[in-house]
Write a protein that binds this ligand. Structure first.
Ligand code: ADP
Ligand code: MG
Ligand code: MG
Length: 255
């Protein structure tokens, strides 16, 4: 069984006034076929966690471990992590001028699998995935994220996840900036990947709204750089009515 194990992870970011500790001892276990919602206020370090796992050079792991199927994830390069089965859907997807969606996806698939996909199957898979995500076919020939609307950017992230078939998907605020229709389409995409594969998902979000469409198995409240509380889906309902204040105050009292 595939596992992602994060133990006492501490991460600092380099700022103008020196290194600043953002993650302060994160413990988290995700197994295949599980969806974990990571919920926390702005600035609590959710994206830092996502970037640290994906290998962003700006974020320095100062202690702790992260293992994918028992292998030290943190010693791997960004592309090795992707080949090991880790996928990150970014909160703010970046533009890749001069590279079409079609070429981007095929290159990514080739890099991850170590060989080019069978062209006929690939074209069909891509067409099917795009139709399901209600993406216009001309999208494939546009440059990655260039002039994309917020909804198109997020659909493109899910399109990648559907086609690349990772072991673990980290979705960083995939719900932010989406209207209800786009949120539904994107959520259906995520649920399809859950059904059709053994993926484990870390669903990072600020709001409970997306959890109406994607039911998590576990909910983690993330405050001040660590997990403050864990529970089942009912914890999300409590956050919806009570907000994060209680946890923020408790974390401040401890610091
Ligand atoms: P979240 O995703 O939960 O909103 P982030 O991980 O983006 O939180 O940020 C957590 C904290 O780390 C914030 O105070 C933010 O300003 C700081 N931070 C994150 N990345 C950087 C960076 N590259 N440079 C300086 N500060 C950063
Ligand atoms: Mg963030
Ligand atoms: Mg499954």
């Amino acid at each position: 069984m595939s596992t992602l194990e994060i133990r006492d992870l501490h991460v600092s970011v380099e700022t103008e006034s020196g290194p600043k500790e953002i993650l302060r001892g994160v413990d988290l276990d995700i197994s295949q076929n599980e969806t974990h919602a990571i919920m926390g206020p702005n600035g609590s370090g959710k994206s830092t966690l996502a970037y640290s796992l994906a290998g962003h050079p700006k974020y320095k792991v100062t202690s702790g471990t992260a293992k994918l199927d028992g292998e030290d994830l943190l010693s791997l390069s960004v592309d090795e992590r992707a080949r090991a089965g880790l996928f990150l859907a970014m909160q703010y997807p970046v533009e890749v001028p001069g590279v079409t969606v079609s070429n981007f996806l095929r290159s990514a698939k080739t890099a991850i699998d170590g060989e080019a996909p069978n062209l006929r199957h690939w074209v069909k898979d891509m067409k099917t995935a795009m139709e399901r995500l209600k993406v216009d076919p001309v999208f494939a020939e546009r440059n990655v994220n260039e002039g994309f609307s917020g909804g198109e950017k997020k659909r493109h992230e899910i399109l990648q996840m559907e086609l690349l078939q990772p072991k673990f998907g980290i979705l960083d605020e995939t719900d932010s900036g989406l209207d209800v229709d786009a949120l539904k389409v994107v959520s259906e995409g995520v649920n399809r990947v859950r059904e059709n594969s053994d993926i484990g998902i870390m669903l990072i979000t600020h709001y409970t709204r997306i959890l109406r469409y994607i039911t998590p198995d576990h909910v983690h409240v993330f405050v001040a750089g660590r997990v403050a509380e864990e529970g089942g889906p009912e914890l999300a309902d409590r956050l919806e009515s009570e907000g994060y204040d209680r946890y923020v105050q408790a974390a401040a009292a401890k610091a």
